[in-house]
Ligand binder design. Sequence first.
Ligand SMILES: Cc1cc2nc3c(=O)[nH]c(=O)nc-3n(C[C@H](O)[C@H](O)[C@H](O)COP(=O)(O)O)c2cc1C
Ligand code: SF4
Length: 649
Amino acid sequence: MKVFYGTQTGNSKKFAEILAYEYELRGYGTEVVDLKTYDPEDNLVEENANGNICVFIISTYTDGQPPEGASWFYKWLTDTSDDFRVQKTLLKGLYYTIVGLGNSVYKDNYCTVAKKLDKSLHDLSATKFSETIFCDENTVNSLNGGLESDFAAWRENFWKKAQPALNGRKVKDCGKKCDGKCACSKPGVDGQEAGPCSSDEGSGEEENQFNSKNKSSPNKVKPANKTSGVVDLEDLGKIMKKAKICIILYKRKKLFFFQQNKDIEETGEVREMITPLLRQSLEKQGYKLIGSHSGVKLCRWTKSMLRGRGGCYKHTFYGIESHRCMETTPSLACANKCVFCWRHHTNPVGTEWKWKMDDAETLIAGALKNHTKMINEFKGVPGVIPERFQEGMNPQHCALSLVGEPIMYPEINKFIDLLHEKHISTFLVTNAQFPDAIRELTPITQLYVSVDANTKETLKKIDRPLFKDFWERFIECLKRLGEKGQRTVYRLTLVKAWNTEEIENYAKLVDLGRPDFIEVKGVTYCGDSKASSLTMENVPWHEEVIKFVTDLTDRLPDYEIASEHEHSNCLLLAHKKLKVKGEWWTWIDYPKFHELISEYTLSNGKKTFTTEDYMAKTPPWAVYGATERGFDPLETRHHRKKQKDISGC
Ligand SMILES: Cc1cc2nc3c(=O)[nH]c(=O)nc-3n(C[C@H](O)[C@H](O)[C@H](O)COP(=O)(O)O)c2cc1C
Ligand code: SF4
């Protein structure tokens, strides 16, 4: 068996390794081949001569395209099968199996690469060894509960079919009946006997073809002992030891991969949003996961301000205390796959809530518990200011922007009410795909809409949205934002050469939502991401951001540049209604906000309030043009030795 994989974010590679590992467990050597390094033109036709089963594990990527590394293989194969000059029997004798990885929320493009490969191989007369399988990342639609469980279920079937064929091969290689001493007598998976060497268990037409082919062609797939088939006692000891370790590891892995599937079968509950693999990946990135769809993470600015080394741009623009800020989300899922998402595209995607739901109380309690636990780790750490540490243990702000789309969570209003009850202010960022949810949203401290592009084409390129009517939804969201009474913000993330042109179009979008503020920020480069082609070249210099903002302001007579946070490469444009008698009032009177919110709640929403009702004066150091350039003079500048980190929400 030869396992080929084509991957963008690494899942297919992981799956290929698991399959190869299980194969080796059965006593055979195998090759795992990255399609990036494989030239089908020179090699694919030869694969049939080796009598291999070729397993292709491949994902589908943006717009139904193959992963970058597999594009040549994909192009060559699909072109060849379409080419009328090529003999349709080109791949006769080649046995293949396809494992497609994808997400069924991409309805029309679901696993298209695997499907097309299957068709091309079939058209060129290759023989399918076992059914093509689609592993679905969408836990709701997936047959077995998610990507890993689909793959695990497929493997069970695959081995059932492959094992008899392999058993047949062992006889050929050993050249004698199994006496329990050769490598091929290793225990099978889960300690079962591998089966009689001279197996006649083969079944099914394709399988028989496969076996019969072996009889006439030299078998190149050899047992672990590749020399003679006879092992001496020392080698046998080593082999058995290795096999035992393998079985233990395998059992652990198998348990892990089946876990979610089992839970669902036993409880009959609605599916959870995140699979064990996703959970593992998010936890590795430092997220503390709460329940099954929520997370919290300690922001780097929270740590910075605990040490008196400066706050984030929201400290400069709106007076939040970064050391008292909790960054969380009630929904890790999102309806986009933005190129600059610094979550490395590990979060789940979806267009509507179909998952099991945790209640708002549990999420808030979990978020606060995990957040304060992380803050507590700073107790006594050199440089941490004791008063700030105490304050940090009692968060006052919540940034609902960690990852995913918070307004997808059906209990978002309750979630927000609970935060307000605890006198925690709320800053919520939405990705502008759910206009109804914006309309239904209860008043919050500050509501953001991400404006990532100014044309339909660029929005598609940058946000890679799931919705087909993404542009209409986007426009609708801007209009809904304009109907909100409290503070609203457009957030523009500038990606050089992608969305910095046609400034006039941005001005038109501003007209639709008439936000109180427009934050313009240069994109943050989060290092190489397998799922994004963004490079340092796309990060604008601060001067370029200033130039963009100045040009935009020229087209917006009601707005002026109010503030700047040089460190975050970010500027704030504010509506002139917030400039009173020549002074900016971009900061927030938080106690006043909580007063207004409780009046609103007590009056059953009758007593509403507006942006101006809870504005506070911006301190001179935070105003655009000040020498501090957004750095609070009460803080101490600290220059990091390592690469400058400007991340934040
Ligand atoms: C930006 C992006 C676009 C995607 N587009 C599709 C798609 O069009 N069709 C599909 O079935 N899956 C799509 N997926 C889901 C991937 O196929 C899925 O995440 C898979 O597990 C990735 O496997 P890999 O890590 O081996 O590349 C997309 C994923 C990302 C990150
Ligand atoms: S960057 Fe966001 S999460 Fe971090 S302190 Fe500022 S508002 Fe809070």
